[in-house]
Design a binder for this molecule. Structure first.
Ligand SMILES: C[S@@+](CC[C@H](N)C(=O)[O-])C[C@H]1O[C@@H](n2cnc3c(N)ncnc32)[C@H](O)[C@@H]1O
Length: 232
């Protein structure tokens, strides 16, 4: 296993992207803005997804898209593939639509959907970023199998997830995710972080080529990236 490059955005780019997440009113809640700016300047996730998608043309489905931050970072990085984000949290989807419109993003769409119960039809690339821990193991398997089946040659599956590994990092990840749910920022607390063996089993069963590497950057979390592709 090799370390992924793991560099977050510099402060200037993080600030420019986060600006669209500012609230309209002077006294409105600025949490989304500060959270986004801090996340972009500390977490190497979004540049890593951009690197994996650079040069591809297939539409991207972002499963569990949250506020659609990925669509902003991709456009800022010059990656113009059609983008569709789905998330269980209908309030976040409304926000995501509003923020994308404010930023003038083209070719992006958002939709509320519970991935525990249904999976969208799609062919192309798929992003699954920090979502798997919110569903139980059978749903993790269904989501992974569906995501793998969506890949065409030339597209990518990018998964970022905590894994059920030993050490202090998994404890930090779980504590943060639990706190985020208590604070109302996450729809639900984490259920189960997937096993690396489960991920490998599903990706192998789908016949994909893939690499798994740590993606922690400057964060104390237990984050891993999996980039998978289907050979022609
Ligand atoms: C940690 S956030 C990650 C957001 C986004 N993927 C990102 O990295 O910027 C996890 C997201 O998964 C969503 N989520 C949790 N359970 C879900 C489900 N069953 N179906 C769809 N989305 C879900 C949450 O609402 C939340 O927006």
């Amino acid at each position: 296993m090799t370390n992924a490059s793991g560099r977050p955005l510099d402060a200037k780019r993080a600030h420019a992207i986060a600006a669209a997440f500012r609230p309209d009113g002077r006294f409105a809640n600025r949490w989304n803005y500060f959270y986004t700016r801090t996340k972009l300047s500390s977490d190497p996730l979004y540049p890593a997804v951009a690197d994996a998608l650079r040069g591809t043309h297939a539409p991207l489905l972002d499963l569990g898209c949250g506020l659609g931050l990925l669509s902003h970072t991709l456009r800022e990085d010059g990656i113009q593939v059609p983008y569709r984000g789905v998330d269980i949290d209908a309030a976040k989807i409304v926000h995501a639509q509003r923020i994308a419109a404010r930023a003038g993003l083209q070719g992006v769409a958002f939709e509320a959907m519970d991935l525990g119960g249904e999976l969208p039809a799609h062919r192309g690339s798929v992003a699954l970023l920090d979502v798997l821990q919110y569903v139980d193991t059978p749903a993790q398997v269904r989501i992974l199998d569906a995501a793998c089946a969506m890949l065409d040659p030339g597209s990518r599956l990018f998964i970022r997830s905590g894994l059920a590994t030993p050490g202090w990092r998994p404890r930090v990840s779980k504590a943060f995710d639990t706190l985020a749910a208590r604070a109302g920022w996450m729809y639900s607390p984490p259920r189960r972080y997937p096993d690396e063996a489960l991920l490998r089993e599903r990706l192998d069963a789908a016949g994909l080529r893939y690499e798994i590497a740590p993606l922690n950057g400057n964060t104390p979390f237990n984050n891993w990236q999996i980039v998978a592709r289907r050979d022609a």
